[in-house]
Design a protein around this ligand. Structure first.
Ligand code: GLN
Length: 440
């Protein structure tokens, strides 16, 4: 790659000077510099501030509001491949906290990504629930945006060279030279989970009929909502809380999504390994939660080239369990940069559950029937928000197993986890498990 390569694509004339007027909106120039030397020039919107971040792309067509509030995008400059973004505006983010809702409409209180890059930001928006434009929402959240750039070119670069550190530059700063390679901030060096996880535990829907503890690595609201709406009493705990100290009070354990490199969550994986050994109630994890389950099981997590971000990722089920049938393809919502390594053989007591149809990466793992455990991890997001709901019933499956365990009953509805024999010695023990490790 040529270090000083500059790609000037469709640079609107007004983007080269200071603030200028288009219609009723004032635009200031903005640009995106990549550590690999490429620069893209356009117009800024939202907060007038320059920031560093990890530049990633998402192929989602809708749900920019849900993606931008997903805490797993923390530290990232999010490039949307869909050209027109903002056309349905932004809704009010207030919701009740009750048996149906968890206090927010979107995936968290605020925008979580560092910045957004779009080909064409909608100046006008229209939706019956919209209360403001994308630009004004970004401004209020102190998040900069860049528009008027060729997001196809940026995406092709990121696809070919992998996720790349970037700097989004706004206003006067656009006349400064691009940063040198060593000036780029790398969010993966930070424990981003610690920044977004709750600091204090709290409970939602306390009268629910099944008690679920949630380790919060940066929970999307729709995960909590999906549990609450199925009448679970949900206690959310900080990511590094040792669940073993309170586990007898709960019917199940859930591990959420979360930002950054899973190796920052080793402490949680070590705690969880003990839980596997000493507790036989159901455990379910999504995305970061799935990676932590995998590391605790002795699998390795590695960094993918550009990850999977979008709401159209096909996964093939390799095993049947609950509502999931082996051999079926499910379309899923995803946002991840890391994945568990497919290894042969899998650690004792574990098997692959899903595989990605595009890149063959591991999309899910589960405890084997022989292990007697009820543990599932999925790399994708069954709760969607946004995206398809093909796998939403996995929440029902999990809570059914928790209720069934609680009642000491067997659920006779088929699927290899249903009615599995009681725990034996099939699961990894501290001695047999591989060391917890993360590939560079
Ligand atoms: N959505 C998530 O939980 C992402 C997990 C992890 N941060 C990754 O990028 O792979």
């Amino acid at each position: 790659m040529i270090a000083s390569q500059v790609i000037r694509l469709a640079i609107p004339r007004h983007a080269r000077g200071l603030a200028s007027q288009v219609g009723s909106t004032t635009f200031v120039p903005g640009s995106l510099h990549l550590k690999t030397g490429q620069s893209f020039y356009g117009r800024s919107f939202g907060a007038p501030k320059s920031i560093y971040g990890e530049t990633v792309f998402s192929t989602s067509i809708t749900s920019y509001t849900e993606s931008m509030t997903d805490p797993s995008y923390r530290g990232q400059i999010l490039v949307f491949t869909t050209p027109l973004i903002g056309n349905y505006g932004v809704p009010s983010n207030k919701a009740p906290m009750d048996k149906q809702d968890v206090g927010v409409v979107l995936e968290s209180q605020n925008i979580q990504c560092s910045a957004v890059v779009v080909a064409d930001v909608a100046e006008k928006f229209s939706h019956y629930k919209a209360v403001e434009s994308l630009a004004s929402w970004c401004q209020r959240n102190d998040v900069p945006g860049l528009t008027g750039v060729d997001t196809r070119a940026i995406t092709r670069l990121l696809r070919d060279q992998g996720t790349t550190l970037g700097r989004l530059v706004v206003g006067q700063d656009t006349s400064l030279p691009a940063p040198s390679a060593k000036e780029y901030w790398d969010p993966t060096h930070e424990n981003l989970v610690d920044q977004v996880s709750t600091k204090k535990s709290y409970t939602m829907n306390p009268t629910g009929d099944v008690k679920i503890a949630v380790l919060d690595f940066g929970a999307k609201a729709n995960i909590l909502r999906s549990l609450v709406r199925r009448n679970a009493a949900v206690t959310v705990l900080p990511w590094n809380f040792d669940f073993n100290t309170i586990r007898d009070e709960y019917d199940g354990l859930f591990l959420t999504n979360g930002p950054g490199d899973p190796k920052h969550c080793m402490e949680a994986a070590m705690n969880l390994r003990r839980t596997f050994q000493e507790w036989d109630k159901p455990i379910f994890g999504i995305c970061m939660g799935h990676q932590v389950i995998g590391m605790a099981a002795g699998l390795e997590a590695y960094r993918m080239m550009f990850g999977n971000r979008g709401h159209n990722q096909p996964v093939l089920a390799l095993a049947s369990s609950g509502s999931i049938r082996a051999g079926r393809v499910y379309v899923t919502s995803q946002n991840h940069q890391y994945a568990l390594k497919l290894q042969d053989p899998f650690p004792a007591g574990w098997e692959p559950f899903f595989i990605n149809c595009n890149d063959s990466s591991v999309e899910g793992i589960k405890s084997t029937a022989e292990s007697g455990k009820k543990i599932w991890g999925v790399q994708f997001h069954p709760e969607s928000a946004g995206g398809p709901l093909d796998t939403i019933e996995m929440f029902t499956d999990f809570l059914d197993e928790c209720r069934s365990h609680r009642l000491g009953q067997r659920v006779q509805t088929g699927g290899d986890l249903m009615g599995a024999p009681k725990p034996t010695s099939g699961m990894n023990t501290a001695e047999s498990a591989r060391p917890i490790s993360v590939a560079a």
